[in-house]
Design a protein around this ligand. Structure first.
Ligand SMILES: [Zn+2]
Length: 120
């Protein structure tokens, strides 16, 4: 993955700089520089993402377009049986392939034990 490119843009006049500046050399305003993160994907994109091209590093991936909630098709995801009834129940019927699950809890609550049981 390409290293994200960070540029700084004056929110008053739009001047770009490679580093954070206290005072804009173009318009003379103080404290107007804001960080903008550009990664390889968005830099080569069309800039017509969900949030437009002027947002501060927040861009939609691909050709995402807003949809009306009535038009969104709800489909059942395939689930991987974890061979543990309670874990399957907590996961909504099993683990969704390609998903990420955060296992959190107090020290000693059994996170490692549960992870080992799943791996077995
Ligand atoms: Zn400026």
């Amino acid at each position: 993955m390409a290293k994200p490119k960070i540029t700084y843009i004056c929110s008053n006049c739009g001047a770009k700089a490679p580093q954070m500046l206290g005072r804009c050399p173009v318009c003379g305003e103080w404290g107007t520089y804001e960080e903008e993160v550009e990664d390889a994907y968005t830099a080569s994109g069309t800039g017509s993402g969900l949030f437009g091209s002027g947002s501060k590093g927040i861009r939609a991936r691909g050709n995402s377009m807003p949809q009306k909630i009535q038009e969104i098709e709800a489909t059942e995801e395939m689930r991987i049986d974890m061979h543990n009834g309670e874990l399957n129940r907590v996961l909504g019927g099993g683990l969704v392939p390609g998903s990420l699950v955060l296992l959190g809890g107090e020290p000693g609550i059994g996170k490692s034990t549960l992870a080992l049981q799943v791996l077995l």
